[in-house]
Design a binder for this molecule. Sequence first.
Ligand SMILES: [Zn+2]
Length: 249
Amino acid sequence: MPSRNALVFIGISVIILVSCAAIYAYWQLSANAAMPAESGETLFQVAMFNVFSMGNFDGFFTFGELAKHGDFGIGTFDGLDGEMVALNGVFYQVPYSGQVLTANYSMKTPYATVTFFEPDQTIHIAGPVNYAELQMRIDESLPSDSAIYAVKVSGTFGYAKTRSVPAQTEPYPTLAEVVKNQSTFTFANISATAVGFWFPRSMEGVDYVGFHLHLVTDDHLGGGHLLECIVSNVTVELDQTNRYTLVLP
Ligand SMILES: [Zn+2]
């Protein structure tokens, strides 16, 4: 038979243990409330577009780090070595040659925008519509002109024209200068996905105002910065994003 003292000791120990667990649980809840986990509602951006486009092409943020902040987005590589398309957590590189590669996590980016894609609106467009008409149709569906939208267009591209840019070395020219020597690629009747964002006018300079989409074909053999297209039977998914994180070099 345990003594009365032993029973009191066990009783007090249980009370202390339960109290500690309660305090820990409360502390965890408060910590979570104070700092929400990054979700599909956060747009994560590496570098301001205007600063980047003036010729700040040195990569400073690894794709390994970038992957922690999004599985969907666009950007470029160290030295402006091609167009980046992130889709379903894979970071594709479309270099000047057009031969699509998969980026590894040790590579760095000087500019990128990513989010965890969780669509909250879907539009079907029968088409055929060209890029300007497509943008107009999506524009009409945006619930607010002050939020950021992640935009995903998937389906048949009867025609698509994309570009990539040649890798640069220092001293870097401006993006506008580089684009004069871009390579372009045309595609006919492909299944593909256009990935990108719509930024409100109020964020001019921070990012590219309006639509900025990069394309990757479903067979992952082609893509680039989308210049022109004609689409039919496409699904447009929109992910409204009200939180924004910007990382400066
Ligand atoms: Zn682009």
